[in-house]
Design a protein around this ligand. Structure first.
Ligand SMILES: *[C@@H]1O[C@H](CO)[C@@H](O)[C@H](O)[C@H]1NC(C)=O
Ligand SMILES: *[C@@H]1O[C@H](CO)[C@@H](O)[C@H](O)[C@H]1NC(C)=O
Ligand SMILES: *[C@@H]1O[C@H](CO)[C@@H](O)[C@H](O)[C@H]1NC(C)=O
Ligand SMILES: *[C@@H]1O[C@H](CO)[C@@H](O)[C@H](O)[C@H]1NC(C)=O
Length: 249
């Protein structure tokens, strides 16, 4: 028994060591929107109202190098401001901020400044509230340390239904742990399991008419874990509504 407990503790410890991501320093951060989050609504990940959906202001847009064509949407990061040798706009004594990737910071091939989101730069464009938590507003741009962390979400994975009688799309959000989704399958009460395609952001689609059927989803996150949400959507579902799963990753 003691041996078993020892073995389990060892495994838990190993797991903790493996999952503790190292801090990376090859990125900078800026901010967008205003302090109340103006500009943080609909974005390239397909999430809707970030406040209603539980992401709030704890969000970031990612440059092309990090966005991974939307596959990074939903992943979570810890970020701290990185002091320079002879200057610092970092705020003193603040711990890391935690943010979810909810948008894309597009490249700017125009004249002048502000090319930080262009490939190959790794860049986090934070909500103003998050930026000013770690750095002075007047800095505008600061170097950072960042690392990927597990996402902590309240409640179950949520599914927002979109589309029309011929074409069906679902936004998968409020995803815990790995946070970003790499595959979605759907099963109507009249169908078998069908593989959906990533349309844009975290919107997944498939042709066909699912009206009047109760729906189940099988969601796979970027760490390879798959959860089944059995009949998470009742047969009287409607486009535009969200349905919450009983569990999360
Ligand atoms: C961060 O900003 C510094 C200073 O402007 C720049 O030299 C560096 O290339 C930037 N790094 C990234 C990853 O964008
Ligand atoms: C999930 O997000 C991470 C962090 O941005 C990224 O490295 C990874 O490629 C994403 N996973 C998939 C399956 O795209
Ligand atoms: C930091 O030091 C470098 C090298 O001495 C200098 O070129 C640069 O102007 C300094 N930056 C600031 C903000 O003082
Ligand atoms: C940045 O470095 C300076 C000088 O070493 C130090 O006084 C200051 O506390 C540092 N700031 C942060 C936020 O670590």
């Amino acid at each position: 028994m003691a041996n078993l407990i020892f073995l389990i503790s060892l495994l838990v410890l190993l797991q903790a060591i493996i999952s503790a991501a190292v801090w990376l320093s090859d990125a900078n951060a800026t901010f967008y929107g205003d302090i109340d989050g103006g500009g943080t609504m609909q974005g390239a990940c397909g999430y809707g109202d970030l406040f209603k959906q539980g992401y709030g202001l704890e969000t970031t847009a990612l440059s092309t190098a990090l966005f991974n064509n939307g596959y990074a949407c939903g992943a979570c990061f810890e970020i701290v401001c990185r002091n320079q040798t002879n200057w610092s706009y970092c705020k003193k004594g603040v711990g890391p901020i935690r943010v979810t990737a909810t948008n894309f910071c597009p490249p700017n091939y125009g004249e002048g400044t502000g090319h930080w989101c262009n490939p190959p730069y790794k860049h986090f464009d934070l909500s103003m509230k998050m930026f000013t938590t770690i750095a002075e507003y007047r800095a505008g741009i600061v170097p950072i340390y960042y690392r990927r962390i597990p996402c902590h979400k309240q409640g179950g994975v949520k599914f927002e239904l979109k589309g029309n009688p011929y074409w069906f799309m679902v936004l998968v959000y409020n995803v815990g742990n790995a946070g970003n989704v790499s595959g979605v399958r759907i099963k109507g009460s009249n169908t078998g399991w069908l593989t959906m395609s990533k349309n844009w952001g975290q919107n997944w689609d498939i042709g066909g008419n699912f009206i009047g059927q109760s729906l189940s989803f099988m969601v796979t996150t970027s760490d390879g874990k798959t959860l089944e949400f059995d009949q998470v959507v009742p047969s009287n579902w409607q486009f535009g509504l969200s349905y919450e799963g009983k569990h999360n990753f």
